[in-house]
Design a protein around this ligand. Structure first.
Ligand code: ADP
Ligand code: MG
Length: 257
């Protein structure tokens, strides 16, 4: 059975002040994310999706409202949260192993135990034999898996994925999304995926949150229940109900504006 919410977003708003004037990026977002849940957030470009993730990660302070993780107000970045951006941000001059250790080095947490866990992740997810290779020797999909393992190596409870697959070509993207979902469930993590890809959002998540255009507000939340033989994102796309969710969310996103 699942415990209570891991993340509580309470009446969150954000306004940016720039020389050109004020930009209201988010308006009054309230959302709870349960432990172990996978939530997707979709919304039109510029509606504040990255801003929202940055605030959950403690990188931006909200203009008003509050975010709590494990009942504690977020006041800055912590090792509770792992962030996976759009580009894999691997360092080309470091080996895969050195890249995987990077997050731990930054947090000064390299020890026998954490190295052991990183090694275990590399082995489990088929990258151990590449530990001495350099990123340029790996395919885009493998690089993305390395980026995920680097994020997981710090053992965060919550993973934030910001358009994490958009840099990949379509085929690779499907496979990597499948792998990432599998890894996240096996490692018992809670995850929030931000994407503008409706199909990706539905196939990966238990809930899809639809945001309005800027300033982003919650337009609707869909509980995804798909009948499929295997609960993998690729198989989920074949479910009968998939298209219904897709059409509903498509209409809500109002892409013609
Ligand atoms: P999304 O990720 O949904 O595409 P963002 O969260 O990146 O949207 O941005 C939301 C809005 O806030 C955009 O209009 C963007 O230009 C603006 N914005 C984002 N970051 C800043 C910033 N640091 N300063 C000023 N405006 C910003
Ligand atoms: Mg963004």
């Amino acid at each position: 059975m699942r415990a209570g919410p891991l993340v509580e977003i309470k009446k969150l708003s954000m306004t940016f002040h720039s020389p050109a004037g004020e930009i209201k990026a988010l308006g009054n977002i309230s959302l709870e994310i349960m432990e172990g849940e996978f939530v997707s957030i979709v919304g039109p470009s510029g509606c504040g999706k990255s801003t929202l993730l940055n605030m959950v990660a403690g990188l931006i302070k909200p203009a008003s409202g509050e975010i709590c993780i494990n009942n504690k107000t977020v006041q800055g970045p912590t090792s509770l949260v792992g962030y996976m951006p759009q580009s894999d941000r691997l360092f080309e001059w470091r080996t895969i192993w050195k890249n995987v250790l990077l997050g731990l080095e930054v947090q000064k947490k390299v020890d026998k135990h954490s190295r052991g866990y990183a090694e275990e992740l590399l082995t489990k997810y088929g990258l151990y034999e590449f530990r001495n290779s350099y990123p340029s020797q790996l395919s885009g999909g493998m690089r993305q898996r390395v980026a995920l393992i680097r994020t997981l190596a710090i053992n965060p409870e919550l993973l934030l994925l910001d358009e994490a697959f958009s840099a990949l070509d379509y085929q690779t993207r499907l496979v990597v999304a499948d792998e990432v979902k599998q890894i996240i469930s096996r490692e018992n993590k809670t995850a929030v995926l931000v994407t503008h890809d409706i199909a990706e959002a539905i196939s990966m998540a238990e809930r899809v949150v639809v945001l309005t255009k800027r300033p982003g507000m919650i337009k609707n939340i869909h509980h995804i229940a798909l009948t499929c033989s295997e609960k993998t994102p690729i198989k989920c796309r074949e479910a009968l109900e998939f298209k219904d969710y897709f059409n509903k969310i498509w209409k809500e996103l109002d892409v013609h504006v």
